[in-house]
Design a protein around this ligand. Sequence first.
Ligand code: IVH
Length: 686
Amino acid sequence: MEPIPKDINEARKEVERLRAEIRYHNYRYYVLNDPEISDAEYDKLMRRLQALEEAYPSLVTPDSPTQRVGAQPQKEFAQVRHRIPMLSLENALDQNELREFDERIRRFLGVSEPIEYVVEPKIDGLAVELVYEQGRLVVASTRGDGYVGEDVTQNIKTILSVPLTLDSYKGTRPIPELLEVRGEVYMEKEAFKELNKQRLKQGLPPFANPRNAAAGSVRQLDPRVTATRPLNIFCYGVGEVRGATFKTHMEMMICLQEWGLRVNRPHMRLCPNIDEAARYCKELEEKRTQFPYEIDGAVVKVNRLDYQARLGEKARSPRWAIAFKFKPSQATTRILKIEVQVGRTGALTPVAHLEPVEVGGVVVKRATLHNEEEIKRKDIREGDVVVVQRAGDVIPEVVKVITSKRTGKEKPFRMPENCPVCGAKVVKPKGEVVYRCPNPKCPAQIRESLKHFVSRGAMDIEGLGEKIIDQLVEKGLVKSPADFYSLTKEQLLTLDKIADKSAQNILDAIERSKHTTLSRFIYALGIRHVGEHVADILARKFKSIEALARADEKELEAIPGIGPVIAESIVSFFQDPQNMELVNRLLEAGIRPEPPPGTEEPTGTQPLAGKTFVLTGTLKSMTRSQAKERILALGGKVASSVSRNTDYVVVGDSPGSKLQKAQELGVKILDERAFLEMLEGKGDGQ
Ligand code: IVH
């Protein structure tokens, strides 16, 4: 590190420059989601600032980025009166109620033309108000009863995405004298799970959901505890503002973002009328589980602020906004029975059979209980009344037991000592939570592997549904996936509800499946820990099943995206003579797995070797880390900032300043399509 300046004035200048720089990088990272420097470079700036402040304590200010966690635990929170009450929202339970809302508004305003709305996700966290005076955060408070909340300033300051000082980053809008910003503090779903895992390890009670975890963390008397909690914020509105005016809600949000406040820009949509708004509400509902944080609805807001002002509010809610509520993703029902299922790899999974109940618009009859530990931890018993939850396409799960509904007749669960299907004694490998049936001939395992083999991401054999496979196994016609390829029409005609035409369709589908890709074939084999993505990496690297079968652990572990567990699993799969026999039989049956295009370089080198990529913006078909992995798997490099050494800048939606930089430097720019073509080996980015 550079020596500390001897002159305090010089130190002051450097401190101020560092703070501005750190603020700018916070803005790039938290607000624009497009960092310009690496974490290590950022840490270096922070360390330098800390060293200077240590040498000159008089230079420390409360809004210095080093002062996020300075405060001592408090005895209680002071009260804060909101200058403008923090209201709540009225709910629309369906699309009709949205239309009624629109009609009410037009009637009130006396306009016949369509009203423009902004629709945004309703974040399930806790509402806070941040007060900035002359651009400095002076108070942060909870909503409380809407009029008076609690002063949680010290805690909110520990949230790294909350700016302690505002800046006009684009220089187009000066910072107002007073800005009261409202937003939702929340915890991401993954972070919540991780936090609960840690709490369980420490013997602490877990939080019921991310909202409770966020609320509990903000209402912590010791800010040092809050600082350890992975909290985040989205700002969605304002209270009182002095020194700035806006015409629309959207303009206001963009302005808040320019000042360094985090708003949910990528998911806010301007809708020209209520029909579009309603459509986007539905879209958000459908996508709800794909969000990394919980959303419990969509908020529809009149965009024009002059209309908002005219509409005003009712007792507790504004007339210009409404919350479109999503169907609850949780419901209460009873566990009729707990059954143990045997999976493809022999894993025993307890499953709850439920009294049918509607969750998130679908009738649910079963829920996974994961494993024995989970059942013990939640104390789930047969006959219990439970809360079930559906998280997207995945199988519903039991969240908790409503113990107050117990009658005493509920039956605790015990894992069976023998496989419920084949009777083999079950085993529990050391260090694992899962019990397994060790018998590779177990009919359940066979059935599940067969289903996996024909599934859409694998060999994609249409027409071979669950019921047909069950019959084929029962009749002893199919014991291994290779047996599909010697099935005859006569054999298929012996099955229930199979006539000539469907038998022929099945045979055709089986025949078609012989033309497949190497990655599908690898995936279809059902090697433990080898999902579609890993299969794809392996196909690109090895180009033939024979080469993959010969690979040793060292070779495998050297591949980006493949760790020791996967490597070990692949090697032991191919060491098993039965598995090799399966592979050989499949190849003999005529399956011709094609290596991915573009991997057949004459020299055998990787096609993107020596090329450096920079990613900016959001891609539709993959996440940034997936894009990175794919580039690495093809031998390319990924850098975090654009320079003359960059070969390609891949540009997704809402790109950051990297795009501009690339244009300035004349670096080749790839849109998503060109990028995908390059990954597939079809284009060269020209
Ligand atoms: S606008 C006058 N926008 O929902 C209230 N609220 O029931 C204007 N919320 O207390 C609120 N995400 O805590 C608004 N994008 C969003 C929101 C949002 C979450 C919460 C907020 C509010 C509650 C209203």
